[in-house]
Design a protein around this ligand. Structure first.
Ligand code: NAD
Length: 263
């Protein structure tokens, strides 16, 4: 699987799964535009790629703001080359609120980042990809995009939305040289709870112990493989869907969950 001479944009690449995707794609030859709302971590990922002999640039972008995405993608194309791969990975948890407990503001912010952010990323990528009739779009959903568990109401609704949006785009655009897929990870140890807490601010409860997959005992009971996935497990799936080898796969939701959904 080679990404030689390909430019990839990866959002939410300042940490966790997005950083692993950026490093893995760069190791396979891609130039990577590392985008994150946390500028310092975006720059850190870009530096890691460059130190390892790859090519990357970091950009501060809030994916829920069309103008910021537009400017950053424009700069990335100018600096790194034509956009071949778009990975819409940035996301936040929602405090695991059920509907009766959730503030409208929290609902809107989570939908804005997790669903509208993916829509805006796809829209901006299509502006580059449709005229060239080539490209790969990989969106980060979740098992929570397929089942009614794994997050609160807003997170689950947003991730189901990502799966639906990806399918709709696959139906409409797949004849035009672009593929659209999602990855649906199960539990992976990252800073997601902590980062979501910081991004959403006061008004969401302490997330560190909420949810169905917090303790190792819960993981063993929930996941047939008995362990969490790693960021590289998820990055491998993203790389596959972004590769030439996956050219006839479109509209698919690739579950990477240690068997959780098989139950
Ligand atoms: P993470 O917190 O380590 O990474 C998410 C990154 O997205 C952070 O660097 C954060 O700063 C960035 N981000 C958040 N809001 C943003 C915004 N508005 N604009 C730009 N960047 C923003 O968490 P992660 O686990 O690596 O999450 C990556 C993706 O994987 C998310 O979409 C998440 O929903 C999904 N996911 C994670 C898990 C898991 O168990 N960790 C499971 C299923 C799906």
């Amino acid at each position: 699987m080679s990404f030689q001479n390909r430019m990839a944009v990866v959002t939410g690449a300042g940490s966790g799964i997005g950083r692993a995707v950026a490093l893995m794609m760069a190791a396979r030859g891609a130039s990577v535009a590392v985008m994150d709302v946390d500028e310092a971590t975006a720059m850190e990922t870009a530096q890691l790629v460059n130190t390892a002999g790859g090519r990357a640039a970091g950009y501060r972008v809030d994916v829920s703001r069309a103008g910021e995405l537009d400017d950053a993608v424009t700069a990335a194309v100018r600096n790194l080359g034509p956009l071949e791969i778009m990975v819409n990975n940035a996301g936040v948890l929602d405090g695991y609120f059920n509907v009766d407990e959730m503030d409208e503001d929290v609902w809107r912010r989570v939908i804005d980042i997790d669903l509208t952010g993916v829509f805006l990323g796809c829209k901006r990528a299509l502006k580059e990809m449709l005229p060239r009739a080539r490209g790969r779009i990989v969106n980060m959903a979740s098992v929570a995009g397929l089942n009614g568990t794994g997050g609160g109401a807003a997170y689950i609704a947003a991730k189901h939305g990502v799966v639906g949006l990806t399918r709709q785009m696959a139906v409409v655009y797949s004849a035009r040289g672009i593929t659209f897929n999602c990855v649906c990870p199960g539990p992976v140890l990252t800073g997601l709870r902590q980062h979501s807490q910081q991004i959403l601010g006061p008004g969401v409860p302490d997330m560190s112990n909420r949810g169905v997959a917090v303790s190792e005992d819960q993981i063993r009971a929930l996941i047939p493989a008995g362990t969490r996935g790693s960021v590289d497990d998820v990055a491998s799936a993203v790389c596959f869907l972004a590769s030439d080898e996956a050219g006839y796969i479109t509209g698919h939701s690739l579950v990477v969950d240690g068997g959780w959904r098989a139950k």
